[in-house]
Design a protein around this ligand. Structure first.
Ligand SMILES: [Zn+2]
Ligand SMILES: [Zn+2]
Length: 229
């Protein structure tokens, strides 16, 4: 049984993964097996196969964050919440984009969902604060407003009317970046759609999120697929 992964092993795994993502987005050929071999030659207590599994854990963390993952590296959830939280913080560190941690909460919730139904937990009457430094992208209100007007109260994914009106009587839709801002997407009309809350969550967390994203490109003429080229 191999020992726990060191921070350095995890960091270099995440760095390699993000490099592969970058190459994939730019349309460059990628050699995943070669990357796993290189990692294993730097960290000799691990096999290429072990790094391949780690990459699948990184896909899993990205899926919990509602982000796309590397093609061909299916999310594998055999990762403890501590290691997943480390992977999550390495992703934001290496992308230079601190964000509030959510992955440990998601994993611990999922683990509890599999256990027999317990007595109702006490919870916290006064939840403690967690302070973290977060970075958000500046969004252009002109882009948001334009896309909401294009949608005209209908979800641009399922065509259903907005499910409710907001307190001002306007149809409630959410603005989504088809190539996510975290993945280098632009905040322009050519990368933005207005969605009902169901379709929006599904676009991030659905098993069919990649197919739905492809569908948006084919049905909305202003959208232009973005790459790093
Ligand atoms: Zn919808
Ligand atoms: Zn979104």
């Amino acid at each position: 049984m191999a020992s726990d992964w060191t921070d350095e092993e995890l960091r270099e795994s995440v760095r390699a993964y993000l490099g592969l993502m970058e190459a994939q987005r730019a349309g460059r050929a990628i050699n995943k097996a070669g990357v796993y071999r290189d990692l294993a030659s730097n960290f000799t207590s691990r096999t290429p196969k072990a790094f391949e599994y780690r990459m699948q854990n990184i896909s899993y963390v990205l899926s919990l964050l509602g982000r796309p993952w590397l093609k061909g590296v299916a999310p594998a959830k055999n990762v403890g919440s501590n290691v997943a939280a480390k992977i999550e913080s390495l992703i934001s560190e290496l992308e230079g984009r601190p964000s509030a941690p959510i992955v440990a909460l998601e994993i611990e919730t999922r683990q509890r969902l599999k256990a027999p139904m317990p007595k109702a937990p006490t919870g916290e009457k006064r939840p403690a604060f967690i302070t973290s430094s977060v970075t958000a992208y500046r969004r252009d209100p002109a882009v948001r407003a334009w896309v909401l007007r294009r949608a005209n109260g209908m979800c641009e994914c399922c065509d259903a009317p907005a499910p409710f009106v907001d307190s001002e009587g306007s149809p409630y839709l959410e603005v989504h970046h088809v190539r996510q801002l975290a993945d280098g997407g632009s905040d322009q009309v050519s990368n933005t759609v207005a969605l009902c809350p169901n379709c929006h969550r599904r676009m991030h967390f659905g098993a069919d999120s990649a197919a739905l994203t492809a569908k948006m490109y084919s049905r909305i003429k202003e959208l232009v697929p973005e790459s790093n080229i």
